[in-house]
Design a protein around this ligand. Structure first.
Ligand code: CO8
Length: 258
């Protein structure tokens, strides 16, 4: 039987680790990988005992982009019929927090995949970039939009127009990466952070994700109203009662996600 292109592990309580597994192709994202990612993330989203997800590759490559060999001969309609845009939307709509643990290359669709995540932990020698312009196309998995929102127009333009790669420190300095750690620590640190999040109030965690993402594209006033509604809803949860009671009683809260 062929080795699965996406593996799922459970490295800590409440944490699913989703690993892209095409090492011979630098984890290039072919259709099979994307479909498998959609399934793995949907399964993790549905599982009551999973509260945070780590998405990773291997030490050489998080993902070196869309599979160039798979798309080289495709026409526009074939490309459309493959529905990769729908798969991207499913990947990026996971309601639970997703932490990208990036070692090695995060290029093109790989960089875009990392940007669908909520937190990016990168190893010191990780390399990022949107090199699509060098092969005659443009970023198609959100690179022109998510990157611009993350780092601003002038840095995003430079990255997309030159296709030049850049390192983890530069990515951190421009706001594309949440934390840079030693290469050997990337996965460990991502799991540790996922575990930390998994122990917090699940409904609050999911509301934070939803409000931050939805608010990004709304007016400040509309986004603040969204935040207000979301915090009001939290007061209907048992977790709010438990969290505040635990604070007052000086004990650790036990959150149920209810
Ligand atoms: N697609 C297919 N195969 C790849 C890819 C890729 N993106 N990247 C690497 N590979 C393969 C190589 O062809 C090679 O295969 P083989 O051994 O059979 O020759 C194997 O992986 C190892 O690659 P290298 O020998 O090149 O390894 P290096 O360590 O020397 O270099 C790099 C690694 C720098 C990652 C290099 O392979 C590279 O530049 N890869 C291409 C990077 C790139 O251009 N990415 C952008 C792709 S386009 C894209 O992502 C568009 C997204 C749009 C999505 C939305 C569609 C609707």
């Amino acid at each position: 039987m062929a080795t699965p292109v996406v593996l799922v592990e459970y490295p800590a309580d409440g944490v699913a680790l989703v690993r892209i597994n095409r090492p011979d192709a630098r984890n290039a994202l072919n259709l099979e990988v994307r479909k498998s990612l959609v399934k793995a993330l949907a399964d993790a989203a549905d599982a009551n005992n999973i509260r945070a997800i780590v998405l990773t590759g291997n030490e050489k490559s998080f993902a070196a982009g869309a599979d160039i060999k798979e798309m080289a001969g495709a026409g526009a309609i074939e490309h459309m019929l493959r529905g990769t845009d729908k798969l991207w939307r499913l990947i990026s709509s996971c309601p639970k927090p997703v932490i990208a643990a990036v070692s090695g290359f995060a290029l093109g669709g790989g960089c875009e995949l990392a940007m669908t995540c909520d937190i990016i932990i990168a190893g010191e020698s990780a390399r990022f970039g949107q090199p699509e312009v060098k092969i005659g196309i443009i970023p198609g998995g959100g690179g022109t939009q998510r990157l611009t929102r993350a780092v601003g127009k002038y840095k995003a333009m430079k990255i997309c127009l030159t296709g030049d790669l850049f390192g983890a420190k530069e990515a951190f300095d421009m706001g594309l990466v949440s934390e840079v750690v030693a290469d050997a620590e990337v996965e460990k640190r991502a799991v540790e952070m996922a575990k930390q999040i998994a122990e917090l109030a699940p409904l609050a965690v999911q509301q934070i994700k939803e409000v931050v993402l939805a608010g990004q594209d709304a007016s400040l006033d509309a986004a603040l109203r969204l935040e207000t509604k979301a915090i009001q809803v939290m007061f209907a949860s048992q977790d709010q009662k438990e969290g505040m009671a635990a604070f007052i009683e000086k004990r650790k809260p036990k959150f149920q996600g209810r």
